[in-house]
Design a protein around this ligand. Structure first.
Ligand SMILES: O=P(O)(O)OC[C@H]1O[C@H](OP(=O)(O)OP(=O)(O)O)[C@H](O)[C@@H]1O
Ligand SMILES: O=c1cc[nH]c(=O)[nH]1
Ligand SMILES: [Mg+2]
Length: 208
């Protein structure tokens, strides 16, 4: 199983709070936003730097700055929306594409209902975001869509993953690095991650 677990203590602490059934939508959204920002710090570790001359009040010096790589963030609707702002706070120049998928409750297969991507897909490095990687069907389908539109560099960032989902993405998209804060135990008969955190979309938007 190829997966990078981001086990920073702040992320693990906040993840435990977010799992708690007593955490309501307001606190859930705030925690997801904070965790997303912390995770973005980790997934951008390999961004290229270039040297440029800066003049401080004291002297000129050679300083490092981001080399201007174009980035794109693609939340999977709905729950992925809860991770967008945390990432944009660290990478404000990223363009945001949206892919709408819902998981058919019987078949557990993803059903596409929306797609709007930036025009220059082939020039950008993408991060697909969704709090939950369960069977992996939704994430794998989103990566399919991005590749079909010309994307070549894609990472997947989720909050909680099931081993089944990581393995599916590894198998269908071996070039895509998967980042998560936790790999949980298994999927139950309804396709929910155990112990997981329940239905992420419903908990963010208060729809249950
Ligand atoms: O890995 P999978 O088995 O595909 O399941 C994970 C998907 O299920 C959830 O979305 P859901 O279909 O509940 O839609 P929502 O975000 O609109 O609630 C979740 O946010 C993922 O997108
Ligand atoms: O546990 C799960 C599985 C899929 N989608 C969710 O929101 N939670
Ligand atoms: Mg949902």
């Amino acid at each position: 199983m190829q997966v990078k677990i981001i086990d920073h203590p702040l992320i693990q602490h906040k993840l435990s709070l977010i799992r708690d059934i007593k955490t309501g939508p307001k606190e859930f959204r705030e925690l997801l936003d904070e965790i997303s920002m912390l995770m973005a710090y980790e997934i951008t570790r390999d961004l290229p730097l270039e040297t440029t001359e800066i003049e401080t009040p004291v002297a000129k010096c050679q300083c490092k700055m981001l080399a201007g790589k174009k980035m794109g963030v693609v939340p999977i609707l709905r729950a992925g929306l809860g991770m967008v702002n945390g990432i944009l706070r660290l990478i404000p120049a990223a363009k945001v594409g949206h892919v709408g998928l819902y998981r058919d409750p019987k078949t557990l297969l993803p059903v596409e209902y929306y797609c709007k991507l930036p025009p220059d897909v082939a020039e950008r490095d993408f991060v697909v975001i969704d709090p939950m990687l369960a069977t992996g069907g939704s994430s794998a389908a989103t990566i399919d869509i991005l590749k079909r539109e010309g994307a070549r560099h894609i990472k997947l960032m989720c909050l909680v993953a099931a081993p089944e989902g990581v393995l599916l993405v590894n198998k269908q998209h071996p070039d895509v690095e998967v980042y998560t804060a936790a790999v949980d135990e298994y999927l139950n008969d309804h396709g929910y991650i155990v112990p997981g955190l329940g239905d992420a979309g419903d908990r963010i938007f208060g729809t249950k």
